[in-house]
Design a protein around this ligand. Structure first.
Ligand code: ADP
Ligand code: ADP
Length: 230
């Protein structure tokens, strides 16, 4: 079952930079696709187009059966079904960890307070932060904040998770704890697209590795073949 299908996607920014040049990609349910390549090659732009955060200049993208860049598509609904995690954790600084997780389900999802709270606590346990629910983001390490951000994205019960360099802003010793949470998600069968420079993660977890250069997908392969050429 195909969950993401991008065909012939082109994206030129207002300043004339052609960030995506005829990019096509399909992602099936349960796949973990790692997108790698040099800085400026269009990885982040591609990921953002999948969530309609970035308009496209040409081509078509369907996510969960919806035409992402069709004006008639309900983007709010689509975005609840596609979770996104960024390099910067983007937590609400004046809300506790628990409140950060409860906000979207209550306001966007219309979930009752008690139920949102119960789910938030369950998700915090899952990312190993059950004891931090009353803390504010600024009291946590970068790795802990990013795990909260992942839990917050999961709180909307997404079908797909997009990660844009989720460990790039972390101290090296904090990278592993975030990758472990992502590995566990992958093992549960979550469909994931991950822009990353963590080649060990890509090799161990990806079902496919997509290599981008200068706005194009240059190479797609299974990780063993991609990294070992075998
Ligand atoms: P990557 O994620 O591989 O580093 P990006 O998708 O961030 O690549 O960037 C691709 C190209 O588009 C780069 O040349 C970058 O400078 C340019 N770019 C990215 N975002 C913008 C923007 N908002 N406005 C103009 N150019 C941008
Ligand atoms: P990334 O980690 O995705 O490579 P960058 O450091 O390239 O991010 O860009 C950081 C922010 O600046 C992003 O929001 C991106 O869209 C924007 N940006 C990147 N390149 C340009 C550019 N040439 N002109 C305008 N905005 C840009």
């Amino acid at each position: 079952e195909v969950l993401i299908e991008a065909r012939g996607v082109c994206k030129t920014y207002g300043n004339g930079v052609a960030a995506l040049d005829e990019v096509s990609l399909t992602v099936a349910r349960g796949e973990v696709v790692c997108i790698v390549g040099p800085s400026g090659s269009g990885k982040s732009t591609l990921l953002r187009t999948l969530n309609a955060m970035e308009p496209i200049s040409a081509g078509e993208i369907r996510v969960l059966g919806e035409a992402v860049h069709d004006r008639r598509t309900n983007l709010n609904r689509l975005r609840t079904r596609v979770g996104m995690v960024f390099q910067a954790f983007n937590l609400f600084p004046h809300r506790t960890v628990l409140q950060n997780l409860m906000l979207a389900p209550r306001i966007v999802g219309g979930v009752a307070d008690a139920q949102a709270r119960e789910q938030a606590l369950r998700l915090l346990d899952k990312v190993g932060l059950g004891d931090k629910h009353d803390q504010y983001p600024g009291q946590l390490s970068g790795g802990q904040q990013q795990r909260v951000a992942i839990a917050r994205a999961l709180a909307m019960n997404p079908q797909i998770m997009l990660f844009d360099e989720p460990t790039s802003a972390l101290d090296p010793e904090k990278v592993g704890e975030v990758l472990d949470v992502m590995k566990a998600l992958a093992a549960e069968g979550m469909t994931m697209c991950v822009v990353t420079h963590e080649m060990g993660f890509a090799r161990a977890v990806a079902s496919r590795v997509v290599f981008m250069d200068a706005g194009r997908i240059c190479h797609v392969d299974e990780p063993q073949r991609f990294f070992d050429g075998s």
